[in-house]
Design a binder for this molecule. Sequence first.
Ligand code: SF4
Length: 357
Amino acid sequence: MAANIQTTRSYLLDKEQIPLTVEEQISDAERQQLTDKIKQLLKQQNAVIVAHYYTDADIQILADETGGYVSDSLDMARFGNESDAETLIVCGVKFMGETAKILNPEKRVLMPDLDANCSLDIGCPEKDFVEFCDAHPDHEVVVYANTSAAVKARADWMVTSGSAVDVVKHLASEGKKIIWAPDQYLGQYVQAQTGADMLIWQGACIVHEEFKAKELEIMRAQYPDAKVLVHPESPAAVVAQADLVGSTTAIINAVKTLDAKTFIVATDKGIFHKMKQAAPDKEIIEAPTAGKGATCISCAHCPWMAMNSLRKLLQVLESGSNEITVEDSTIKRARGAIQRLLDFTSEQSATMLANDA
Ligand code: SF4
């Protein structure tokens, strides 16, 4: 098995680069007013809300009620592609808006807050990344979805947490060496699963990095029958305790299908809305973020995802502001990396269906 070599300097964010999580406080009456007005404008403008599982429950409910969509980042982009709407209101973080634009250049893509970013995207600046890739020309460049359009444009493949292991396994079987960016924990997980020869960028998600292994052990002892569901952006010692390691979609499916009454979940707690919808009779507990080394910057909720709010959503619909733009040449190159993944996953599904037949 190839060694897991640390190849870049640390790209972890300083505390000052991370905004405080501010959740919108609104009365029931204001919520009603806002949602009525938003529904009306969505219809008038032939627009839909495409939201991530980590956004506020109010936004997820509104997306579901108005023919929009709530999912993980890849499915959000896919939905945008299939929808007849002329405008996509992407409720999530910047790279999701950019991916929607790359796959739907003819559509108008708006976001409630253009400052909604991601520590992985910020921690992988284009200039450093291009220099790193250029210094290792014999490597296939695989980037996680949580990167800017410019970084995707330099990549051979874009992958998601649900597809990363399969793609890297496939590349390793062809004898390819891999540059992986930007999440170090997901990279280590993929390397351990595939044995691939990987150069791993040293970025991290500030939410998942906060989950604490020691405190999780204590919690598991308190809930011995609980199943532990972990997103692979979490540190290896947390991943090692999981009954299931998977993407947000896999975690939601697991709460329905796994035989347990209680689940300890290590991912952003925004996902609890869909998990409770999927399995209302099950108990869902946040994995611990407190304990030794805790900074409690995120407390299991992404501060950038929390920037999406009903008030801002109404504002962009009224003003048409916060439009996502990506240069044509970047769209062309980044689309190649995304399309490679879409083709790979549809080939895989076709093979699975043929094997099942
Ligand atoms: S939860 Fe982590 S990976 Fe997701 S947008 Fe926030 S910082 Fe980025």
